[in-house]
Design a protein around this ligand. Structure first.
Ligand SMILES: NC(=O)c1ccc[n+]([C@@H]2O[C@H](COP(=O)([O-])OP(=O)(O)OC[C@H]3O[C@@H](n4cnc5c(N)ncnc54)[C@H](O)[C@@H]3O)[C@@H](O)[C@H]2O)c1
Length: 288
């Protein structure tokens, strides 16, 4: 958003519950301004749980088309194709032959925007490639996992001028937007302190599955010790405190407890022989 006014207009406009809907809504509104009858065409890269869900939101919106989808898992790719057809749109082109298949989707000349909902390590590279291909680029959270990737996103946006958005949906929840509105109307006076948390234990359904098998996200618990999803808690608060639209973030400190609860979880649910109990987890239980 170029300035605070535009941001406020955007917030007023954004009534949909998800950031994916926000993207489609923003794109659709922009398209409507430019040419009333124009359709916004969005390609989806990564059509697993989240990508498929967001695609469903988009398919439910008038003026949004999904001409192309990409996933290296044939079942996820087929399910995405089926959903597009079920929504009454032509069968989308499908790209799934290897980890670089997304490059073929990006090379198409009939897409206005691309949404990426792959594993985390691919978010920044794909988003950078999308901007270079001239497509509005939207990435699921987190859109970068290293400082270098953050700079790659900033530098590419500045070089190409192509808009790029991280789909942090918690900032657009109705309750969080209501608080933002109240703050901006001055109901709480000057805000001097905010406290936030994202208390969501994803160990048994996202990092690992219900049967205790490691999903791709589980590797991050082994390799890193951090708040894996910091923007879910921080996103709304940063808006409330005008960070990056009037104020700035100077530094951050963080501490984590030992991963005692992670081991307890596997022991309690699967017994003392579960392989995760022999795994060295870097991730702590509580990150503050
Ligand atoms: N904002 C939210 O509230 C929210 C909620 C859930 C997930 N997410 C995010 O969405 C993203 C996806 O999570 P998910 O739960 O859908 O995971 P998922 O494993 O269900 O889906 C990821 C998909 O990416 C595909 N993929 C992997 N490598 C690929 C490649 N090279 N090219 C194309 N596709 C590839 C996989 O086959 C899989 O279908 C993650 O970044 C996650 O953090 C956000």
């Amino acid at each position: 958003m170029p300035d605070r006014f535009a941001r406020r207009e955007f917030l007023k406009m954004t009534t949909a519950a998800t950031a994916g809907a926000a993207l489609a809504g923003t794109m659709a509104a922009r398209a409507a301004d430019e040419k009333a009858e124009k359709t916004v065409r969005i390609g989806i890269i990564g059509t697993g749980g989240r990508g498929h869900g967001l695609m469903g939101v988009m398919l439910s919106m008038k003026g949004v088309q999904v001409p192309a989808v990409c996933d290296i898992n044939p079942a996820a790719l087929q399910a995405a194709k089926d959903s597009v057809v079920k929504a009454g749109q032509p069968e989308p082109a499908a790209y799934g032959d290897g980890p670089d298949a997304y490059k073929k989707l990006l090379a198409r000349d009939d897409l206005d925007a691309v949404l990426t909902a792959t594993p985390w390590d691919l978010h920044a590279p794909i988003t950078v490639a999308a901007m270079k291909a001239g497509k509005y680029a939207a990435s699921e959270v987190p859109c970068a996992i290293t400082m270098q990737q953050c700079w790659d996103l900033v530098n590419t946006h500045e070089e190409t001028g192509v808009p790029c958005m991280m789909l942090e949906n918690w900032s657009y929840r109705r309750d969080n937007l209501a608080v933002l509105n109240m703050i901006r109307k001055g109901l709480f006076g000057r805000i001097v302190h905010c406290h936030c948390a994202h208390s969501h234990d994803c160990l048994d359904h996202w990092f690992y599955d219900k049967q205790g098998n490691k999903r791709w996200g589980g590797e991050y618990l082994i390799q890193r010790n951090c708040d894996q999803y910091p923007t879910h808690s921080l996103g709304p608060v940063l808006s409330w405190m005008d960070i990056n639209c009037g104020d700035t973030y100077d530094h951050i400190t963080s501490t984590a407890s030992d991963p005692i609860g992670i081991y307890e979880h596997f022991k309690r649910k699967f017994g003392p022989d579960h392989p995760a109990l022999k795994t060295q987890f870097k991730q702590g239980d509580i990150v503050t």
